[in-house]
Design a protein around this ligand. Structure first.
Ligand SMILES: NC(=O)c1ccc[n+]([C@@H]2O[C@H](COP(=O)([O-])OP(=O)(O)OC[C@H]3O[C@@H](n4cnc5c(N)ncnc54)[C@H](O)[C@@H]3O)[C@@H](O)[C@H]2O)c1
Length: 438
């Protein structure tokens, strides 16, 4: 059961399937790539060879890939160690395929489903016990070759050695940063990252009324808090308001009762108007920002000012020293208040999700660093601010403790990590050795 994975059947060669197939082939794993038709499979291979960045570093590696169709070649999965399903995000399609593949695969093979949001238990419900023991969710991020994070999610019946075997392969051979998540909506990275984005848009409404510029909001939500330079609006321009709207709708249905994310599942009015007008982000030629080409060939950045609903030239922002670190969220001017509500609120949200979405803080911190390129994860940020100072501000604002803050307080601890990060505070209130990064 612990044998190394050497062959993979990738079912579905779309964006994710072709990315996974290309990366496996590049690492000299034999790949059987099946799609709905021969043409679809050939298109997938074309995407692998010519993609940007190409999923294969040398054309010869494409010889590791054999193409076929889901209707004629599915029995060939009997030769594969890992059956990696990457078809469309549709529960019935995934369930039908699982039922078809289960009798064909050999004992000891592992199965994974790539889903962004369908619970594993819904995919496996009523299917044979052998499948339920051998299956996980593999939540890769797009583009697969570039993004380090891989969330692996076991189900209630998944055997630990199945999770370990896939984690070893994806960590050691594919170079992924493996994080272990639970079978809950949006897993870890997107649960916290989407909360930050959606709540941020709502808190920005108030901040703009208080006179902050959108550029200031993006400046506050980048370098000072250790997030990428796109900040808030810039990141949503990359993702697209249509995707954010879909994410919010999914969260509205699937977030547990009482989850504070439920307050932020719809877009604020100004963004809703942008969405309806097709002003989605970079893919539609502009969202919150756009680049104008001037007659002299130079480019000019413009901002769609939410306060006036008009385009204007972007302004350059210089933050003061007081707003240049995580500590800024402890202040009380308009910049600090926005940072406190958005980033401080996200830290609170994360601290309330252990152990519900992850057994420990380490997997949460890694998910945010590897999936969203945050310099520090939420608990590392809390440690940088000082959890006791953060709690003082919570008290002063009349806000309740989040679960892991109570754990820290009851343990008489002052930080979530100690001994240079080699130990972390568990949900049981004791310190444990921090596992090596995969
Ligand atoms: N694209 C992302 O950023 C991303 C990230 C994480 C997870 N995912 C998840 O990965 C899975 C695949 O997503 P994608 O972006 O690669 O999708 P895609 O649309 O690019 O590819 C879908 C694949 O499914 C195949 N397909 C279509 N109809 C089918 C059917 N009836 N039966 C079997 N196969 C069928 C297509 O031919 C194609 O190969 C989805 O569940 C998605 O939610 C996507």
């Amino acid at each position: 059961m612990t044998a190394k994975i050497r062959s993979v059947a990738v079912l579905g060669g779309g964006t994710m399937g072709s990315g996974i197939a290309g990366l496996c082939a590049e690492r000299d794993c034999k790949v059987l790539l099946l799609d709905v038709s021969r043409e679809a499979a050939e298109k997938a291979l074309e995407r692998i060879v010519s993609g940007r960045p190409p999923a294969l570093d040398t054309p010869e590696k494409s010889a590791n890939i054999t193409l076929g169709t889901l209707s004629e070649d599915l029995e060939k999965i009997a030769d594969c160690d890992w059956i990696c399903e990457a078809v469309i995000e549709d529960l019935q399609t995934k369930r039908d395929l699982m039922a078809r593949l289960e009798p064909l695969r050999r004992d000891g093979s592992v199965v994974s489903t790539n889903t962004s949001g369908i619970p594993l238990r819904a995919i496996t419900e009523g299917l044979p016990a052998r499948l339920r023991q051998d299956i996980v969710v593999t939540h890769f991020f797009n583009p697969v070759k570039v993004m380090r994070l891989l969330e692996i999610v076991g189900g209630e019946d998944t055997r630990p050695e199945v999770i370990q075997r896939l984690a070893d392969f994806c960590g050691n051979e594919l170079g992924k940063g493996v994080v272990y998540a639970k079978d809950t909506v949006n897993f870890i990275g997107n649960r916290i990252g989407c909360y930050w984005m959606l709540s941020g848009l709502h808190h920005a409404e108030k901040a703009l009324q208080e006179g902050l510029h959108m550029e200031t909001i993006d400046a506050l939500m980048s370098g000072p808090v250790g997030l990428p330079p796109t900040g808030l609006f810039g990141l949503i321009d990359l993702i697209g308001l249509d995707i954010m709207d879909l994410v919010g709708r999914n969260l509205a249905i699937n977030l547990p009762e009482g989850d504070i994310g439920r307050h932020f599942t719809s877009l604020p009015a100004a963004e809703q108007t942008m969405l309806e007008g097709g002003q989605l982000g970079r893919k539609s030629g502009g969202g919150f920002y756009r680049m104008q080409k001037l007659n002299d060939g130079s480019r000019n950045k413009q901002t769609f000012d939410l306060a006036t609903a008009e385009w204007r030239d972007a302004i350059a922002v210089e933050l003061t020293d007081a707003h240049n670190s995580l500590d800024m969220m402890l202040g009380d001017d308009a910049q600090s208040s926005f940072a406190w509500r958005t980033m401080g609120g996200t830290l609170w949200y994360a601290a309330n999700l252990v152990p519900d979405i992850s057994n420990d803080i380490v997997n949460i911190d890694r998910a945010m660093r590897w999936g969203f390129a945050w310099a520090k994860g939420p608990f590392e940020m809390l440690d940088a601010i000082g959890p006791l100072r953060y709690m003082e501000k919570l008290d002063a604002s009349g806000l309740p403790r989040a679960h892991m803050l109570t754990v820290l307080e009851n343990a008489g601890a002052s930080h979530f990590y100690r001994n240079d990060g080699t130990e972390y505070l568990g949900a049981d209130g004791s310190y444990h050795q921090t596992p090596a990064e995969a």
